[in-house]
Design a protein around this ligand. Structure first.
Ligand SMILES: Nc1ncnc2c1ncn2[C@@H]1O[C@H](COP(=O)(O)OP(=O)(O)O)[C@@H](O)[C@H]1O
Ligand SMILES: [Mg+2]
Length: 386
């Protein structure tokens, strides 16, 4: 069984597709990836969806995203060969699991993807976790556990728009998996660069601007007092807490240079990850970094400086899985768990009160054939270790 995972995260940079082969063990299950940036008008619509969003506009954005996902799926399949199903994360436009009632909303029409490809699509992974009292995020930690459990405890850091941490116990250690969002990943750095470049640049490419600036300790200490950083896990966050408007308000009070602003926001990002690790995670032997932030050397250097006690390694170099493929790959795996009707141990991760199967299944033309393939998988296949 081969699955294509499609991920478009809070960075709103575009879509990452990764192909997972369920027949191959552990890290060898990664087959390849395909990425496509959002066209500028779609990216602007996604970013604007953070603000007030009339229902017609949301329905239109849902179709535009669906068409984009369908294009990416077709291009990825043309490049990497056929798959048995697609796992579609969708685009998060709201994430407020702690409101009353809590909610999380991912859009991007799965029906468009199923119609264009003829394949079964698993989508809407977060809602059932929220319905059962969980944060609905982060969902990738059980996959981190499956892929990366080692003799000694390890931490996986995903630097997407937001940053999430997974602590994986060493083999034989009975302590449970632990994970939560530490706060911003690239989102504030991207917002600062967008603001300073008047929208002509979307990220601090290779960390060049941040590297040219000086970290200003006084505002850094002030920013680190953000309420989210004090919240006790399980916790998850999104653009509701960290977005362009926060960066604009910081910039309005900024008394130093532009490069210093980016350098200090980069240091805040690294510092909040380091604090979260020290406050809420058991000791580990190393930290593996994935996500687009792994491509920003200034951010990686800031992490190394903030965590002198912990070896910080690029996950792609350790595993051979590209930094921006891992999350898409995780959703491919989660799609398989859904199709097999399995719930995963999220209690320590999302705070969910009961075990629930995550995802909605939209049967495609290949549904009967897919059912026959699924029937050949034994109960414990690709859950516990390699
Ligand atoms: N070459 C690079 N230099 C600096 N930053 C980069 C580079 N490549 C990716 N990034 C950062 O990674 C982000 C995308 O990361 P990604 O893992 O796709 O996040 P998300 O899941 O939120 O979409 C970009 O917005 C950018 O901040
Ligand atoms: Mg992305």
């Amino acid at each position: 069984m081969r699955a294509l995972g499609l991920m478009s995260g809070t960075s709103a940079d575009g879509v990452d597709a990764a192909l997972l082969d369920f027949a191959a063990p552990g890290e060898q299950a990664y087959v390849g990836m395909y990425s496509q940036a959002f066209a500028a008008p779609l990216r602007d619509m996604v970013l604007a969806a953070n603000g007030p969003l009339p229902v017609e506009q949301m329905a239109i954005l849902d179709r535009h995203l669906g068409a984009c996902y369908a294009d990416v799926a077709q291009a990825a399949i043309a490049q990497m060969g056929p798959v048995d199903f697609i796992a579609l994360h969708g685009q998060t436009i709201r994430h407020q699991p702690r409101a009353a009632p809590g909610f999380t909303l991912q859009i991007g029409s799965a029906a468009d993807v199923a119609v264009a490809t003829g394949l079964t699509v698993v989508h809407d992974f977060r809602r059932a976790d929220v319905a059962a009292g969980g944060e609905g995020a982060p969902l990738v930690p059980p996959f981190h556990h499956y892929l990366f459990q080692n003799d000694q405890a390890r931490v996986i850091l995903n630097l997407g728009g937001m940053a999430n941490l997974t602590w994986i116990p060493g083999a034989g250690d009975p302590r449970p998996l632990q994970a939560f969002d530490s706060g911003p990943g690239n989102v504030l750095i991207d917002a600062a660069v967008r603001l300073l470049s008047r929208g002509t640049a979307q990220c601090d490419l290779h960390g060049r601007l941040g590297a040219a600036g000086k970290v200003q300790e006084k505002p850094l200490m002030q920013w680190l007092k953000h309420a989210y950083f004090q919240q006790v896990p399980p916790k998850s966050t999104g653009r509701e807490s960290f977005d362009d408007s926060l960066v604009r308000s910081w910039w309005a009070d900024w008394a130093y240079g532009e490069a210093d602003f980016v350098a200090t926001i980069t240091a805040l990002t690294a510092g909040s990850v380091a604090e979260a690790l020290r406050n809420w995670m058991p000791a580990a032997s190393e930290l593996l970094v994935f996500g687009g932030g792994a491509e920003n050397p200034t951010l990686i250097n800031a992490l190394r400086a903030a965590l002198p006690e912990l070896p910080v390694r690029l996950g792609a170099q350790v595993s051979g899985i590209p930094a921006q493929a891992l999350e898409a790959l995780a959703f491919a795996w989660l799609g398989g768990q859904c199709l097999l009707g399995r719930s995963l141990p999220y209690a320590q991760v999302t705070g969910v009160r009961q075990s629930v199967v995550l995802g909605n299944i939209l049967p495609g033309k290949n549904w009967p054939k897919l059912l026959a393939v699924l029937a050949t998988y034994p109960e414990k296949a690709f859950i516990n270790g390699h």
